[in-house]
Design a protein around this ligand. Sequence first.
Ligand code: ACO
Length: 431
Amino acid sequence: MSKNTVTITDNRTGKSIECPIKDGVHGPSVIDSRNLYKELELFTFDPAFVTTASCESKITFIDGEKGILLYRGYPIEQLAKNSSYLEVCYLLLYGELPTEDQMKNFRGSICQHTLLHEGLSNFYKGFQHDAHPMAMLVGVVGALSGYYPDAMDIKNPEHRNMSAIRLIAKLPTIATRIHKYLIGQPYVYPRNSLDYVSNFMYMMFSRPTMDYEFNEKANRALEIMLILHADHEQNASTSTVRLAGSSQAHPFSCVAGGIATLWGPAHGGANEAVIRMLHNIGHSRNIPKYIDRFKDKNDPTRLMGFGHRVYKNYDPRATIIRESCHGLLKDLDMSQMPLFETAMELERIALEDDYFIERKLYPNVDFYSGIILSALNIPLNMFTVMFSVARTVGWVSQWMEMMNEPDLKIGRPRQLYLGNSRRDYIPMDKR
Ligand code: ACO
């Protein structure tokens, strides 16, 4: 019997199957259970994919126990310190850090595609003034495929690359237009002489009536936030993009699916939920009362921005963004901001509380990202849109990797059926 296998025996029938164990470069090995149904007529049961590796990937690695996050092998700490968001985009998409020439060309391609088809403006106008920006983002990104029919062949690698570039280039324009639409200000067109982050801030905050002043420290804080959120392997939204893509749907609609998934408060919506929670808590003196609620199983309220499915020690992104957050508030002279003081006190109390210690619940990246975004004057309802802008590169990189697989199959999970057994139809007058 080979050492690199797991034997699974059905004790009801005595039938066995040897499943190969496959090793990755890092992380737990996996049991290749693909023949289980064919040989033993059994499925594996793993709701919420707690212990299921759904694909092979070379993009991002996370060690949740040790708090490690690598993009294409590079530690997130080094990228956050030294890299730009666009350089990280190149790395995630193509696997290597770019040379100067490659970076120049990549930047040039992104700049060529920052404009939106003018017809999309009419699409915006269909939304009510109080629409949630995430509802608009799902809709507008989903609609993109109707405006760019020239690169619709997902089997053509050049078309795939074009779609990836378009998404990364257009997301800031789409996102800032949502904000401008909702506050009733004129849209600001992209200025391609600016870098990616400055261009975002310019489209978000400038007005035709006055000059816009850039703040380098604010831009860098935003850039770090975008880098930290760029990819996170097979999380809920990325898995949604892959599953949609496995049916050979167009990447714009797959990414719209990813955005919809990210919106939930258990995922990307947490950054917005953290700030709402801090507003509800109000003053630090109310924290103990709220901590009791977070621990109460009969109360659905959770401590938002705490806990993670994978990180059970600490979230390395939280460590970086915490520092960036402190630095930014100091630079902007906002350290005394009551919201921030409440957040720091809440973090301190929770980290000393047995409930959170025993369950290995630590602050995740969203505990701090909301505070940074607040300090940058980004409106609360735009927070998850910001996360979507950052994560778009992760979604398209994962989609491109999947589309390059030679034997791509449609994703199709199975189920454990617990409903009624077969029964006969009863006419209405006899029920
Ligand atoms: N507050 C209070 N209790 C919590 C929290 C929390 N934030 N998170 C987990 N718990 C408790 C659960 O009640 C459970 O307790 P029990 O064992 O006594 O039943 C235990 O910790 C394990 O929790 P699960 O829900 O099983 O953990 P899971 O891995 O499924 O959930 C999740 C992870 C969704 C992130 C969860 O911790 C959570 O809801 N956190 C708050 C929302 C949040 O911050 N989301 C952002 C995630 S990061 C991201 O998407 C960028």
